[in-house]
Design a protein around this ligand. Structure first.
Ligand code: UDP
Length: 321
């Protein structure tokens, strides 16, 4: 029998972090979830807290973290991740991507653990190459409002490769494209929670700009499966994980409206500064090296997400009543 592995997940009480904690527990790991709860929520891991293999530490990973026990994997997922969050928390976003990555890498190095950084399609900025392969270097405005996130993640990738090359740390870099599913924060401003809640409440659905910008949405279970496969692979190069099924934001609004059977009107709002015009992952590398591709169809994933938000809205209603 192999000894039980221990994985540290920073941002473990967030949307992706909490799904990752669940998957690692299901794979037989002991999980240490680290979160400072500025955008994460204990509610996301409440169902795990009774389990003896799960531990929660409230800590800001932008400050060093010392752990007594052996650690096999460090997965750095802590960061504000929605455009509204990183506009409100620009310094914290820069710190967790830079200092937080440095501290997480330091922990991995000290423990001789495998390190995995949650990077992002935002490293490609407003891309001039379409779809985006990992070899594309990106088109990022360093001083625009999104720069705090994009540059922090670009720094995080550079730091990860430096620890790999200079210290021989066993590293992984996942570039995560738009992902959706249960446990997205209701008011994080991202398009999925916004449209679903607006449609459920028959409120106007706010399409930014003319809605011709595109995104490609991956269901969270598919994404977590890709990340787990990357973790257990020997791939050190950045790897895109996302769903190549691309659509315009207007089509996306119409799809959600139809699935819910909503009476919402679709309205236009100003386009945020530096909002990327297109985004679609090239997943050739993930297919070839991880044997991974997404499996959950958009309507199926959306329905599960709609059910989640329906439940949340019903709970909110019950609390009021
Ligand atoms: N968006 C929108 N209405 C909203 C929220 C977002 O039209 O209420 C658009 C946004 O301008 C962007 C896309 O939806 O083009 C995805 O936005 P999100 O904030 O989810 O993530 P991004 O991909 O921009 O990081």
């Amino acid at each position: 029998m192999t000894a039980q592995r221990t994985s540290v997940v920073t941002g473990g009480a967030g949307f992706l972090g909490s799904h990752l904690c669940e998957r690692l527990l299901a794979e037989g790991h002991r999980v240490i979830c680290v979160d400072n709860l500025i955008t994460g929520s204990v509610r996301n891991v409440a169902h795990l807290r009774e389990r003896p293999e799960f531990a929660f530490i409230e800590h800001d990973i932008s400050k060093p973290l010392f752990l007594a026990e052996p650690v096999d994997n460090v997965l750095h997922f802590a960061s504000p991740a929605s455009p509204i969050d990183y506009l409100e928390l620009p310094i914290q976003t820069l710190k967790v991507g830079s200092l937080g990555t440095h501290n997480s890498l330091g922990l991995a190095r000290a423990k001789k653990a495998t390190f995995l950084i949650a990077s992002t399609s935002e490293v490609y900025g407003d891309p001039l190459v379409h779809p985006q392969p990992e070899t594309y270097w990106g088109n990022v405005n360093p001083v625009g409002p999104r720069g705090v996130y994009d540059e922090a993640k670009r720094f995080a990738e550079a730091m990860t490769m430096a620890y790999h090359r200079a210290h021989g740390v066993d590293t992984r870099i996942v570039r995560i494209f738009n992902t959706y599913g249960p446990r997205m924060r209701p008011r994080d401003g991202r398009v999925v929670p916004a449209f679903i809640q607006q449609a459920l409440l028959d409120e106007p659905m706010t399409v930014f700009g003319d809605g011709s910008q595109t995104r490609s949405f991956c269901f969270v279970d598919d994404l977590i499966d890709g990340i787990y496969r990357l973790l257990v692979s020997g791939v050190h190069e950045p790897t895109n994980i996302g769903n190549p099924h691309e659509m315009t934001i207007r089509q996306f609004a119409e799809r959600i409206k139809a699935l819910i059977g909503s009476r919402s009107e679709i309205v236009s709002r100003p386009l945020p500064e530096d909002d990327p015009k297109t985004r679609q992952p090239d997943i050739t590398q993930a297919r070839a090296r991880l044997g991974w591709e997404p499996k959950v169809a958009l309507d199926v994933g959306l329905q599960r997400t709609i059910d989640y938000f329906k439940k949340l809205l019903a709970e909110r209603e019950a609390q009021r009543g």
